[in-house]
Structure formats: structure tokens, C-alpha cells
Design a protein around this ligand. Structure first.
Ligand code: FE2
Length: 433
């Protein structure tokens, strides 16, 4: 690993830890050890788990060093204990957890200067460090979701997102044809984003912006939640069992609660906290459907003039503040039209940041998939149970968000920062023009 890579890894580790500390220092010890929702871990579990993964991969595997604390591995193994059971474990307390993650980090910074980083796929181009940075950022987003579920006075602050700079509405037409999906080049891309492969996508239309609160409200006002026609059988069963009448955190009176603040719903912001079932029902009501994952990625990355896929909708450069609403810079999605500089060559806006976008696709491996560095990263989740989400949210950090990045969750889940946009097949007369 070159000096530049070592410096980048150290800087990203530091920047990421600052965010984790901010999310955990914002609440008192009682709040840290409490479970705010059965869907989530106590915040103190996330913190020590982040340190434990860093210890397993960087201190022990990459560094070949003695364990910092071998006695706690099984407490922080996400596969051993369901989230709902984690509060009952003999977890490290807040002070112990903070001291533990600091000890691990000291070891990592020490070994980063000197460790041999040639000849093993795990360390090529700093992959293991990138993986651990992304892992911590992903837990930071999870902790942010826990903050949204937490009761009590607001503790997080951030400036409001930028206003809309241009009207964005309607659909973009994406002509049929092949494009390159996934990546073989992106150094810190995870196994499920690899390898790059050619996919032929038939022509389709896709919304130029995510579905907004006002659009979603129209669906609810039209009786969408009471009309079985728009719902799949499993979606309708879930709607009834869960008593859904609107997106998560909506109160039914034109207000919602965000991070402890009850506010009037902003009409032109992308709707957030909707399940895959709700997104699918809206799309059916609108005479559309959710995009497939390949459609989403083609609309986001394909550059028809250059005949190649970009890293991001706007080009190959890393996300800057004018491109996308990422990294918890703001505590909400930004209104549609707030990021014209982030639009794709097809004129599709806000694909990256703001809200995770549900696609119709189940989670699976690309042709030529190889599990790396372990099956539990992605492969054990492949199958029809999960649906893929794309693009990241306002709570996703740039280090953990690429044009190729894939997230997945159960169709009933909406504690994540999930929204969507619609797509549709062209009508015959639209193709013969
Ligand atoms: Fe984890």
C-alpha cells in the first residue's frame, strides 16, 4: 500500500470514528444501554461491535497481533444473537466500550504504518481498511436510525438541507440496450458489487425524482391503504397485521416526527420510512412499478455518449456537497431539485443520497460472484426473502456509497431511510415515435 493509501485509510478511519463518537456521546449512559426498538441493538452494542470487527480483521488478521480482548468476540457476533436479544447479554458498559474501541484503534494506527500489505487479496489497495471503514459507517447509519426511533428530547442537530434549485418532474426515457453493471475496478467495492458484467436492459421510463411526500400523501388520501387492489397478497396481509395507514413517523395530521422534533411534513421532500410493500402499492396505484435493480443502475451510471458506466451519476469524481445529500450532513432528505449537479446523463436526479430506493429485485450474486472475504458478508443473504435498495440515504456516508453499492432488507422493513421512485414499460405508441 502506498503512502497515499495509508494516509487515506488513516484519515477515513478518523473521520468515521468522529461520527460514531458524535452519535454515542449525544445521549446519556442510560440511553446508550437501552433498546429503543426491538428492531435495533442498544447503541452501546453497535459501538463495541464496530471495535470488535476492527479487532478481528485489522488487528488479528491483517496485523497478525495478539487479541485485544478475545473474551468478548461471541457477544458482538451479529450472527450469534438477534438484535432483540442483545440487551440481555453481559455487554461492555458505555465506559468500557469506549475504552475498548480506543485500544483497538491505537493498535490499528500503529500497524497501519508498517504492516506488510502486498501479496494478499485482503490487503490489496487497502481493501481490509476500506471494508472496516465502510462497516463502521454502515453502523453509524444504523445508529442514526436508532436515534430516529428513540423517544425523548431531540439531541442531534444539523443545518437544513439545500432548497430546490430547479423544478424536476416527470420521467426520463432510457432506450433499450446493453450497459455495464457492477464493478471490477473499484478498490473498496464489496463482493456483491463484483464483477462488472454486461446486462441488456429493454427500454423503460423512470421517474426523474424520488416520490415526494405530497405524491405519497395523494395515494393515502385516495384511499390507497384501504384498497386491496394495489397490494400484493403478502403486502396486504402485512398492511392489515401491522395496521399501516401511512409512512413511519407520520401522525396523520400533516406532521411527522424526525429525530424527536414534530414538524409539518415538507411536501417536496422524498418520502422516507416506507416499506417495499408500500412502495409497490403506490407504484401500482400510479399505473407504474418499481424499477429493477439493473434499470436503476443503468439510469444512474450509463453514459450513452461515452458508451460506458460512470462511478456516479454525475461522473467519476467522489461525491461533493453539491452532488448529493449524504453523510448525515442534514437530518432529512432534501427537496426534489436540490442537487442539479448530481443528475445522471439521462437527467435523473437524486439517485445518490436522500433516501434508499427500493427496487423490485431480490438480492443475488452477479454472474461470476465470488464470496470475499467471507460468506457471511453477502452470500448467506442471497435469495427471494430480501429486496435490493440502491443509492444511499442522507444518513449514508460517501465512503459506503457508490453507483454500484447494493443494500438489501426485508420487504416489511421501514425503520431504515427507505423511499423509492417508479418506473414503467413504454406503451407501444411511445416506442414507434
Ligand atoms: Fe456489523
Amino acid at each position: 500500500m502506498t503512502t497515499g493509501l495509508r494516509e487515506r485509510a488513516a484519515a477515513e478511519l478518523a473521520r468515521t470514528r468522529e461520527r460514531s463518537i458524535g452519535l454515542t456521546d449525544a445521549v446519556d449512559d442510560d440511553d446508550l444501554v437501552r433498546q429503543h426498538s426491538r428492531l435495533m441493538s442498544p447503541l452501546v452494542w453497535d459501538l463495541a461491535h464496530v471495535g470488535n470487527q476492527e479487532e478481528l480483521w485489522l488487528v488479528r488478521d491483517v496485523g497478525g497481533r495478539e487479541p485485544v480482548r478475545a473474551d468478548i468476540d461471541q457477544l458482538y457476533d451479529a450472527f450469534k444473537h438477534a438484535r432483540a436479544d442483545r440487551p440481555e447479554l453481559p455487554l461492555l458498559g458505555p465506559a468500557e466500550a469506549r475504552a475498548y474501541v480506543r485500544r483497538v484503534r491505537d493498535q490499528v494506527l500503529d500497524l497501519l504504518d508498517t504492516v506488510e500489505l502486498e501479496g494478499r487479496p485482503l490487503v490489496e489497495q487497502g481493501f481490509a481498511f476500506g471494508m472496516i471503514i465502510q462497516h463502521e459507517q454502515q453502523h453509524d447509519e444504523t445508529m442514526l436510525a436508532t436515534h430516529q426511533l428513540r423517544q425523548g428530547d431531540p439531541v442531534l442537530v444539523a443545518p437544513p438541507p439545500p432548497r430546490s434549485r430547479q423544478p424536476v418532474s416527470g420521467e426520463a426515457f432510457i432506450p433499450g440496450g446493453a450497459f455495464e453493471m457492477g464493478t471490477s475496478l473499484e478498490a473498496w467495492a464489496l463482493d456483491n458489487e463484483r464483477p462488472a458484467h454486461t446486462v441488456h436492459v429493454p427500454p423503460f421510463f423512470i421517474d426523474r425524482a424520488p416520490v415526494t411526500n405530497a405524491q405519497y400523501q395523494a395515494f393515502a388520501d385516495a384511499g390507497g391503504y384501504a384498497d386491496q387492489r394495489w397490494w400484493s397478497a403478502s403486502g396486504w396481509a402485512h398492511r392489515q397485521a401491522a395496521g399501516l395507514t401511512g409512512p413511519g413517523h407520520w401522525h396523520g395530521d400533516g406532521t411527522y416526527t424526525r429525530f424527536g422534533r414534530r414538524e409539518p411534513i415538507v411536501s417536496d421532500e422524498p418520502v422516507v420510512h416506507v416499506s417495499w410493500h408500500e412502495a409497490s402499492a403506490y407504484a401500482a396505484w400510479a399505473g407504474k412499478r418499481l424499477p429493477t435493480e439493473a434499470e436503476w443502475e443503468k439510469a444512474a451510471r450509463h453514459d450513452p455518449a461515452a458508451g460506458r458506466s460512470r462511478r456516479f451519476p454525475w461522473g467519476d469524481e467522489d461525491p461533493a456537497p453539491e452532488h448529493a445529500n449524504l453523510g448525515q450532513r442534514h437530518l432529512s432528505p432534501a427537496p426534489v431539485g436540490a442537487y442539479p449537479a448530481g443528475a445522471s446523463p439521462y437527467g435523473v436526479h437524486q439517485l445518490i443520497g436522500d433516501v434508499w430506493e427500493w427496487t423490485s429485485s431480490p438480492f443475488g450474486g452477479y454472474p461470476g460472484f465470488a464470496a470475499f472475504p467471507y460468506r457471511e458478508y453477502s452470500e448467506v443473504f442471497f435469495g427471494d426473502e430480501y429486496r435490493v435498495l440502491r443509492g444511499g440515504s442522507f444518513g449514508t456516508d460517501a465512503a459506503a456509497c457508490r453507483g454500484t453499492f447494493r443494500n438489501w432488507d426485508y420487504p416489511v422493513r421501514r425503520q431504515i431511510f427507505s423511499g423509492f421512485r417508479c418506473a414503467r414499460d413504454p406503451r407501444p405508441e411511445e416506442l414507434s415515435r
